[in-house]
Structures are given as C-alpha cells and as structure tokens.
Design a protein around this ligand. Structure first.
Ligand code: C5P
Length: 212
C-alpha cells in the first residue's frame, strides 16, 4: 500500500497565544517531531503551514500553505496525494504520537474499513449542558459509550477525497467520513499523545521528552 501523510501545522495557536507548533521540543520543532513520526509509515510527507511561515520545511517532502480552517488545510495537502492508496493525517500539535500508533491506524485499514482513528477512554464524568458555562446540566453521558479521539487518522484516499468534496469543516477528518456513510473504526490511542494546546501542555511535553 502506498501511503502519504499530511501534517497540519497551519493553525494560529489562538488558545496558546502563538503558533506553538514551531516552538522547540528538545533539539527540533514540535512540527518536525510530528513529521518524523509520520515518516515511519509514509513514503511521502506533506507539511501544511501558515502563509507567513519562513522555516525550512520541518523535514517534510513538500511544504504547502494552509487555509482558514483545519479542514481547509487538510484539503491543501490532499491536492498533493495523487497516486497514493492511503493518507495519514496528523496534527502537528501532537508531537509525542509513537510510530507504533501510526502503524496501528494504517494496519487497521482494509477493503471494508475506510478509516481508522485512535481513541482513548474518557476518565471524567461527562454532562450534556445547555451551552457555554455557566450552564444548566441536561443529562449525564454514559462514558463507556464514548472515546476521546486523537490523530494520526488513516484513510483510504478515495474515501477521504469523497468526504472532503463537500468542502465542509469539522474538527477531525473522521467526522467528514461519517457524513458520507463511510466505515471508520477506532483503535487504541495513547494517553501520552496529548495535543499541545496551552503553555501547560508544552511544559508537560518537555518533561515527557526529557524523561524518554
Ligand atoms: O485548532 P486545532 O486544535 O483543531 O488544531 C489541530 C491542528 O490543525 C494543529 O496542528 C493546527 O496547526 C492545525 N490547523 C491547521 N489549519 C488551520 C487550523 C488548524 O493546519 N486553519
């Protein structure tokens, strides 16, 4: 199977206060770690960056400019995936995803499986609420019926293209495949595969990196 990877790194880092994906973790950038991990399964790696990016490519084969949303950034990368059978999409902001995890999602693809995504159990109790906080509790969600989903997410190229043809936006690619009725399965994710969203997450990742 010919596999390409798209590492999306075109976010503005609004919640962090800066484009955190180009900060250092050890001797290379957060995004360069994500690109290196993607290379463990992909023979071609595309990194999607903001328009103002002036770096040296983070170790990827191709650098492309992203869009206003995560989904638009994925579509920028997808335009360069012709000829591949499957595409793995990874958030640059998850530099600690293991190469095992990349293999796990790719190995789970098959004739009847269009997509495979990592998920981890939810440990907190979940409530449905009326809106942004403070809010009224509506009900309690059975946490055994939900998982928290991560990247890398692997898809058969044909299904991914069909899903993105809608031009819709979603917080992950699997959501767009769900919309077209494609089959997406969840494999075991990694609790260490935390997304770097706040400065605290970066401090945590640096500690993990030093311990590894
Ligand atoms: O904002 P969010 O946490 O969903 O971002 C997930 C990943 O998508 C990050 O690596 C971010 O850089 C990327 N992204 C992107 N283009 C956007 C928004 C987010 O490549 N317009």
């Amino acid at each position: 199977m010919r596999i390409a990877a798209i590492v999306v790194a075109a976010g503005s880092g609004e919640r962090f206060g800066a484009a955190k994906q180009f900060l250092s973790l050890g001797s290379s950038s957060i995004t360069a770690h994500s690109v290196a991990a993607a290379r463990s399964v992909a023979s071609f790696v595309i990194v999607v960056v903001p328009a103002e990016y002036d770096g040296r490519g983070e170790g990827a084969d191709v650098v492309v400019e992203g869009g206003a949303t995560r989904s638009a950034s994925v579509r920028s990368g997808l335009a360069h995936c012709a000829g591949y059978d499957a595409v793995v999409i990874h958030d640059a902001a998850r530099p600690l995803a293991s190469s095992d995890l990349f293999h796990r999602v790719v190995d789970a693809l098959g004739p009847d499986v269009d997509g495979a995504i990592p998920g981890v159990a939810v440990v907190d109790t979940l409530k449905m609420v009326s809106g942004s906080l403070p809010a009224t509790v509506l009900s309690t969600v059975d946490r055994d019926t939900v998982v928290a989903v991560q990247t890398p997410q692997a898809f058969r190229l044909s299904a991914l293209r069909t899903a993105h043809a809608s031009g819709l936006n979603a917080t992950d690619d699997a959501a767009l495949l769900e919309e077209i009725g494609a089959t997406v399965i969840v494999v075991a994710g990694e609790t260490s595969n935390r997304k770097i969203t706040t400065p605290d997450d970066l401090v945590w990742a640096q500690t993990q990196w030093e311990l590894a």
